[in-house]
Design a binder for this molecule. Structure first.
Ligand code: VGL
Ligand code: ZN
Length: 210
């Protein structure tokens, strides 16, 4: 039995942030990040519905360490909405780093959700910004289209993929994460913590080939 077994009508493949800045050589490179590209290429033809997310920050975004004098990348600061990790400048709107990896096939993508474009709030999740309440519109889109399950892949497992998968559950969708098609940042145990949090939220972790 195929544990992924995509249902053409009700399943959507959600490809998270497969952008140059999260791949080797990029500003916030995830180790082996580009290894997800061929795995996603193998999965895409199996899904009738495909959507992508694109991290899309204005220059000077509040999630950038460079916007906080005296702070370094990977420090944590308190924002109005709680703790925020500071990152190197990455995925600045219109730059090459914000573009999708050149080998990622975009032809079958039906929707691109851009996130993190408000200057003072970050957005890891494809569904909500980091205040956990400002929606991106994705849940409404999926509901209108009759989607019941979101199958997630991309970068990074422990941030944008995990937040998106947990929010998918919060919004009443089934969620499956294809771990083979994800890579993690793993900041101070964040990968193990994210896997625990996803399991606790009822996310199915799928570890085989697509
Ligand atoms: C991400 C940190 C900052 C991600 C995006 O795609 O996981 N991580 N912005
Ligand atoms: Zn970002």
């Amino acid at each position: 039995m195929d544990p992924l077994d995509p249902d053409p009508e009700h399943d959507l493949l959600l490809v998270i942030d497969v952008q140059n800045d999260f791949c080797p050589g990029g500003a916030l490179a995830v180790a082996d990040g580009d290894a997800v590209v061929p795995v996603i290429a193998a999965a895409m033809p199996r899904f009738a519905h495909v959507a992508l997310t694109q991290d899309w920050h204005p220059a000077g975004h509040r999630s950038f360490a460079s916007a906080h004098p005296g702070r370094a990348a990977y420090d944590s600061v308190q924002c109005a909405y709680g703790a925020q990790t500071l990152w190197p400048d990455h995925c600045v709107q219109g730059t090459r780093g914000a573009a999708f990896h050149p080998a990622l096939d975009l032809t079958r993508a039906q929707l691109v959700i851009r996130k993190g474009f408000r200057p003072s709030i970050d957005s890891y999740s494809a569904f909500f910004e980091n205040d956990r309440s400002t929606p991106t519109g994705l849940a409404g889109y999926l509901r209108e289209r009759g989607i019941r399950r979101v199958v997630l892949c991309g970068l990074a497992t422990d941030f944008c993929v995990a937040y998106s998968a947990i929010d998918a559950r919060r919004q009443g969708f089934e969620a499956t994460v294809m771990l083979d098609a994800c890579r993690a940042i793993d900041l101070e145990g964040s990968l193990a913590a994210s896997l625990d949090a996803m399991r606790a939220a009822g996310v199915v972790l799928h570890d085989g080939p697509p």
